[in-house]
Ligand binder design. Structure first.
Ligand code: ADP
Length: 438
């Protein structure tokens, strides 16, 4: 019995004795009965209140009463506030954890001991079309039925990861999956989208294969010539002819390596700065002069410069891109053809560089692929004219770095127009416009 209960009972006894002393013994007995009934009622009422508060899980803010009940309700009040704060803190931490998991680019599925889905994040919708609410409590192998995955689950050798092709919400995906066992027989399934990684790896492998192939051909030829020079007794004229052919093969390798270096530089350097002013008029004149010496009088080359705008960007890159378009026109236009080079203003304040030829033209199915590295319509024609298959890839890169639009229009057997349109914020303010037609 607690001290407070003893005090209360003592008080009842004292008051009953006082009544008996002041009035009579029977009054004292009546007083004690009345006080005891009152005491029992008060206890029962508080017990009822306590039970109700516990049942309803509503422990805060009750009238605290007196005596032991004051202590009980005060303690409950205090504990209950602490619990609520604890729960609130846990809820916040849980929400943060869920937010962190949802922010992950990887799919995450929590499986129970029967391999049923307990929870999954939203990435799983993209990867496996799983829905956290709809698919909860479903066995994972009912929903991911890929035979390799079912086998992986069955084998339970989770130290290895698994590469799988899946039809995701946004198309075909290459996924890397791994199961991590945790807790009591539970599992965590992690999925990582490696589609881009795989694609880049394939591009890299293609690229290495292409470069090796491009270098192997001239190297084989060079090797053959070297053997001939070493082993056969040749006349001076024959020796000169072989050396000339060898020099053409080594030039081919040199231009391939040079173009590869240009592409690497373009790949690795940040977007071309707007600060340098490229004097387009002078640059195009130089390019046309070079073009004329390459053509060696086999084509009619005309220059029409109706704009005097300058480009904000990198001069070597513009020179390389503009030069490539003219060189291609010369290489793919038969003797006697006409090539026109334009630098003109556009109505929206921009300017356009274009090269129009009356050459062999390109069939429509090839046009979308021309800017791919090493893509050629006619491999032998490209090689015979000293092509590397990288020219238009460089042009496209330069166009992107200068926010320019590369356009290709062509009709097979009629000719082509390659153009680069620069928008006005990539152009320097106007000098004195001049018309310059050669
Ligand atoms: P290449 O070194 O082979 O010329 P490019 O990247 O410069 O490589 O061009 C890719 C392909 O586009 C060429 O192989 C050629 O088939 C085609 N091509 C480019 N310019 C022209 C043009 N003016 N006329 C016809 N075909 C062209």
């Amino acid at each position: 019995m607690g001290l407070r209960t003893m005090y209360s009972l003592g008080l009842i006894v004292f008051l009953s004795l006082l009544c008996a002393q002041l009035f009579s013994a029977s009054t004292g007995i009546l007083c004690s009965i009345f006080l005891l009934v009152l005491y029992v009622c008060y206890q029962s009422w508080n017990q009822y209140r306590l039970l109700k508060a516990l049942k309803q899980d509503d422990l805060i803010g009750h009238h605290r009463g007196f005596g032991i009940w004051y202590d009980i309700f005060s303690l409950l009040d205090k504990k209950s506030k602490e619990w609520r704060q604890e729960v609130l803190r846990s809820e916040i931490e849980y929400k943060r954890f869920i937010q962190a998991v949802q922010a992950s680019p990887n799919g995450l599925v929590m499986l129970d001991e029967d391999d049923q889905i307990e929870w999954c994040n939203s990435v799983c919708k993209e990867h496996f079309r799983l829905d956290p609410l709809r698919d909860a409590r479903q066995p994972i192998t009912f929903l991911l039925r890929h035979p390799d995955f079912v086998h992986y689950m069955h084998e339970a050798n989770f130290s290895e990861s698994l590469h799988l092709d899946f039809m995701g919400v946004n198309g075909n995906l290459m996924l890397l999956l791994q199961i991590f066992p945790y807790g009591e027989n539970r599992k965590l399934l992690l999925s990582q989208d490696i589609t881009i990684l795989k694609r880049n790896e394939a591009i890299r492998q293609d690229f290495v294969a292409n470069v090796s192939h491009e270098l192997r051909t001239p190297l084989t030829v060079l090797n053959g010539f070297l053997e001939t020079l070493r082993e056969l007794p040749l006349t001076e004229a024959e020796r000169k002819r072989y050396l000339l052919m060898m020099s053409s093969q080594s030039s081919r390798m040199l231009s391939l390596v040079e173009e590869l270096l240009i592409l690497t530089r373009l790949d690795n350097s940040p977007v071309s700065p707007k600060t340098a002013v490229v004097k387009v008029t002078e640059l195009i004149q130089r390019i046309v002069e070079d073009g004329k010496s390459l053509s060696n009088g086999r084509h009619i080359i005309r220059l029409s410069m109706i704009s005097s705008r300058n480009i904000l960007g990198a001069e070597n890159e513009i020179f390389s891109a503009f030069g490539n378009l003219l060189t291609n026109a010369i290489r793919y236009t038969p003797e006697g053809g006409t090539i026109q080079v334009y630098w003109e203003d556009l109505p929206d304040g921009g300017a356009i560089y274009s090269v129009r030829d009356t050459g062999i033209g390109i069939a429509p199915e090839h046009i979308p692929r021309l800017t791919e590295r090493f893509y050629r319509v006619d491999r032998s024609r490209s090689r015979d004219t000293g092509g590397t298959g990288l020219g238009l890839a460089i042009v496209k890169h330069v166009a992107i770095r200068h926010a320019a639009q590369l356009n290709i229009e062509s009709t097979l057997g009629v000719g082509s127009v390659f153009s680069m349109a620069f928008n006005k914020d990539r152009l320097a303010s106007m000098d004195n416009p001049t018309v310059n037609i050669n």
